[in-house]
Write a protein that binds this ligand. Structure first.
Ligand SMILES: Nc1ncnc2c1ncn2[C@@H]1O[C@H](COP(=O)(O)OP(=O)(O)OP(=O)(O)O)[C@@H](O)[C@H]1O
Ligand SMILES: C[C@@H](N)C(=O)O
Ligand SMILES: [Mg+2]
Ligand SMILES: [Mg+2]
Length: 352
């Protein structure tokens, strides 16, 4: 039987570069178990932080060691490794901008090779927290109050900036959350409790993105649901994250022992069902495909469920929520990766 050559695309020009390497290592491992090795052959491709691609041995080495390559200067980002032409199906294991946002998906679409996950529209809308919230609003999904801003407003002249802060303060109470619109893993996010913290957080968020969102802070339990499928989607069992830090920040997410994942979430069945239903609606609202993890706030005091966000290529290490939710829902990691590849092929065939 001829093996399908799977292009593992990882790293990326993103603040989530290191997370992508960890996700790629776990997916490579899942493709290396017996039931997958007779079907698939891995071709690794590493995108450096400067956007330049490495294939072959160099990419393989990074996949094995997990250590990011120092940037090789003056490489042309458009000079793609020769092995690119050998790929039958891509897994763009990229998180954040320049990877999870439709840019790579556009390139792969133009290459006319199937790829795992959402297309250009789903990736772009799912990445941008402002566009995402507008899509959720249209779908009738409840969420926190927010204000959308641009870098130009934040870095405007010193007379305009205080007015902008006044507007935010009159629209939202403290604490509120300031976020770059296009990022993940909590990079660039701040929980702010005062005017001076707000000013600093806005300035910082503007260094990451030209679009910025400020959200009303909610006191709630954090629950997540995984979605799998193209047009026929399935929602997983719901999981909960607990931690002792101020919020689920980068350190809490990626330091062993700082957060606990509870699967299934110890919440009433009716709430779980509502979350599953909302997860499927959110997936459709942004036109996602293949996979996504949808993050929610459960306000226990009122029973209210608010949607926080969708991640169209969620963290994929063996201990990440997405594969664990499916493992508990009856799909082990290796089979999950196989299914995702099959969904990519299905979507490509339907489209062609
Ligand atoms: N409006 C809010 N109220 C309360 N907490 C919030 C709010 N927004 C974000 N947080 C906290 O910040 C964390 C990160 O937020 P969010 O999920 O939007 O960021 P992200 O960078 O896209 O994360 P990831 O993609 O890794 O899930 C949340 O899990 C939560 O702990
Ligand atoms: C990788 C990170 N953005 C997540 O959603 O898990
Ligand atoms: Mg996110
Ligand atoms: Mg999140």
């Amino acid at each position: 039987m001829t093996k399908l050559r799977v292009g593992l695309l990882f790293g990326g020009r993103s603040g989530e570069h290191e997370v992508s390497i960890s996700s790629a290592q776990a997916i490579a491992q899942a493709l290396s178990v017996e039931e997958n090795t007779h079907k698939y052959e891995i071709l690794p491709f590493y995108i450096q932080k400067n956007g330049c691609w490495l294939g072959g041995e160099a990419a393989q080495q990074i996949l094995e060691t997990g250590i990011p390559q120092l940037e090789i200067p003056n490489l042309n980002p458009w000079r793609l490794p020769d092995q690119v032409t050998e790929v039958d199906v891509w897994i763009p294991i990229l998180h954040g901008p320049n990877g999870e946002d439709g840019t790579i998906q556009g390139l792969l679409t133009l290459m006319q090779v199937p790829f795992v996950g959402s297309g250009v529209l789903g990736s772009a809308v799912g990445m941008d927290k402002i566009a995402m919230k507008i899509a959720f609003e249209q779908a009738g999904l409840p969420q926190v109050k927010y204000k959308a801003l641009t870098r130009a407003q934040v870095w405007s002249n010193p007379c305009v900036f205080p007015k902008l802060c006044d507007e935010i303060e009159s629209a939202l109470d403290y604490p509120c959350f300031v976020k770059p619109a296009n990022l993940g893993s909590s990079v660039g996010i701040a929980k702010v409790r005062s005017r001076s913290e707000l000013e600093t957080a806005l300035d910082n968020a503007a260094t990451y993105d030209r679009r910025i969102i400020v959200e009303a802070g909610v006191v709630a339990r954090e629950v997540e649901c995984a979605v799998l499928g193209n047009d026929q989607t399935k929602a997983s069992i719901v999981g909960e994250i607990t931690f002792n830090s101020d919020f689920y920040d980068y350190e809490t997410k990626y330091t062993l022992g700082k957060a606990d994942l509870l699967i299934p979430a110890p919440i009433p069945d009716a709430v779980s069902r509502k979350i599953q239903d909302m997860a499927l609606q959110a997936f459709a609202a942004v036109d996602a495909a293949g996979l996504a993890r949808v993050d929610f706030f459960f306000v226990e005091a009122t029973g209210e469920v608010l949607i926080n966000e969708i991640n169209t290529f969620p963290g994929f290490t063996a201990t990440s929520m997405y594969p664990q939710l499916w493992a508990y829902s009856g799909i082990p990691f290796a089979e999950l990766v196989d299914r995702l590849i099959q969904l990519a092929l299905e979507r490509y065939t339907v489209k062609e």
